[in-house]
Design a protein around this ligand. Structure first.
Ligand SMILES: [Zn+2]
Ligand SMILES: [Zn+2]
Ligand SMILES: [Zn+2]
Ligand SMILES: [Zn+2]
Length: 355
């Protein structure tokens, strides 16, 4: 069994030895939470954590911003790279780490090393708060992991009277959530985007595509939708804090402020100051990532090599229908994920991809 060597964010300011983990063997058991708070404070489709045996060091914590999302939890993200790193329970003082920051020594060699992951980092034991996700989020696609059945709950098992969702209900969610037509009456004119605290808000106009539109980012079937895909690369993982980064790909011309002003993107990231609390982090020579400086949600990925498309993190979309996967706006690719060779939770990737 492989063991984690440490916990770290992308920029390295947050760094803890694996001895901080309550269970230092792998995979670490974890529950995937689909609640609104977890999604909107991170930009992820789901959030899953591992238990720590104490508080992270002062050195790491001084490099984070704390955000008290409710009376129950305070969330911490790296000030510099925006990675979601820790959660503290205010009730019992327990500390958790976001599962994506666990690194094994072979992965920490970094990008381009293309080391095939050795097994899974986490072992998801159940999904909860599917009711918050409305369409069930990504949970209905991740119910069979490595031969195990993973139960899904509307809220939490301890407060659930009826037990887990039935297989038929999950199949139904799986069939309907991604196939909502773009002409769906509940879709609305613009797609709203907001992090949990509301410091990063914007609007997205419908796709400008027609039957002659070309490009990898143009959906093949429904031109009224935007293309969406999961990325498993190490940079996404260590700036998000979770192992699956959901991106949708949108031409810059389609972004507007809440006052309907076009949003200006460009290599000078100061131009995106039109969005109140946006912070920027250059994760490589040609890539700038942006996150909310108040609540930590991952918002954008901009590559100067392809300025005609901006990646937007799906976990901060606010579909009018409440759908987490926003099937009425997004055309999800389940044939491929980006950078599968860098995936660390292979069982999740395997479950998500269409057989
Ligand atoms: Zn960092
Ligand atoms: Zn949650
Ligand atoms: Zn990536
Ligand atoms: Zn925010």
């Amino acid at each position: 069994m492989s063991v984690p060597s440490h916990l770290a964010c992308h920029c390295g300011l947050v760094y803890e030895p694996s001895s901080l983990l309550a269970n230092s063997s792998m995979p670490n058991e974890s529950i995937m939470c689909h609640c609104n708070v977890c999604r909107h404070t991170t930009g992820s489709l789901g959030a899953w954590y591992v238990t720590l045996n104490g508080a992270p060091s002062e050195k790491s914590l001084t490099c984070t911003t704390a955000y008290k999302s409710s009376e129950k939890y305070t969330r911490y993200f790296c000030k510099k790279c925006g990675c979601n790193v820790f959660v503290r329970s205010e009730r019992d003082g327990r500390w958790l780490a976001c599962a994506g920051i666990l690194e094994r020594s072979e992965e920490s060699k970094g990008e381009g090393s293309h080391v095939k992951a050795k097994g899974n980092v986490t072992n998801i034991t159940c999904h909860w708060y599917l009711d918050d996700a409305v369409d069930g989020g990504i949970a209905p696609f991740l119910t069979k992991l490595g031969g195990r059945n993973v139960p899904c709950y509307r809220t939490e098992p301890s407060i659930e009277d009826n037990g887990p969702l039935k297989e038929g209900d999950l199949l139904q969610l799986q069939e309907t959530s991604l196939t909502q037509p773009s002409s769906s009456p509940g879709r609305g004119r613009m797609l709203e985007v907001s992090c949990y605290c509301g410091g990063c808000q914007l609007l997205i106009a419908p796709p400008p595509y027609n039957s002659t539109s070309e490009g990898w980012f143009v959906p093949k079937a429904d031109h009224g939708k935007y293309y969406a895909r999961l990325c498993c690369c190490r940079s996404c993982r260590l700036t998000l804090g979770f192992t699956l980064q959901p991106w949708t790909y949108i031409p810059p011309s389609q972004f507007f402020t809440v006052d309907n002003e076009p949003i200006v993107f460009g290599p000078l990231t100061k131009e995106t100051r039109q969005i109140d609390k946006l912070s920027h982090y250059q994760s490589s020579e040609f890539v700038v990532r942006s996150f909310c400086s108040v609540c930590g949600a991952t918002i954008f990925y901009q590559s100067f090599e392809r300025p005609y498309i901006i990646d937007l993190s799906v976990g901060v979309l606010r579909s009018k229908m409440g759908n987490t996967m926003a099937g009425e706006w997004l055309d999800w690719d389940r044939e491929i994920v980006s950078k599968r060779d860098e995936a660390v939770d292979e069982a999740l990737v395997e479950a998500w991809l269409r057989k």
